[in-house]
Design a protein around this ligand. Sequence first.
Ligand SMILES: O=P(O)(O)OC[C@H]1O[C@H](OP(=O)(O)OP(=O)(O)O)[C@H](O)[C@@H]1O
Ligand SMILES: O=C(O)c1cc(=O)[nH]c(=O)[nH]1
Length: 131
Amino acid sequence: MLDLIGDLDVVAVGGLTLGADPIANSVLHASVAADKPLDAFVVRKEPKDHGRGRQIEGADVKGKRVVVLEDTSTTGQSALKAVEALRKEGAEIVAVAVIVDRKTGAQAAIEAEGLEWRAAFDLDDLGLDPQ
Ligand SMILES: O=P(O)(O)OC[C@H]1O[C@H](OP(=O)(O)OP(=O)(O)O)[C@H](O)[C@@H]1O
Ligand SMILES: O=C(O)c1cc(=O)[nH]c(=O)[nH]1
């Protein structure tokens, strides 16, 4: 994933829990090892209904350039939910990056929001047909 997004001028990565979480952690560790540290955040599916009522935990994203991550995208709605929460918090989303593009419309949904789409693999790479 770091190879996929390493050229982007951003300070943090993350996405909608749970699929994005291990990827954001991996990027954090790999980026530190590469001496180009990126912070990581988690977007809850809903804002917490007690405590500080936060939806985004971890890195402070207000006014920051970030990448939204996904393990895989089908409709793109999970990534867009993260995008919406991040925008509400004042972040600038530079791209949405996924490990596997299932080629089921997610790219179009993300690009319709004016966001760059990046995928490490798609179905052709994996020798699979769309379901
Ligand atoms: O593009 P979409 O149509 O939104 O589908 C993709 C999402 O589906 C899976 O998560 P799931 O909803 O199963 O939740 P989980 O990560 O909490 O298990 C996956 O991890 C993605 O986040
Ligand atoms: O993570 C999964 O199991 C999963 C993701 C997704 O996008 N679609 C699905 O049917 N399953």
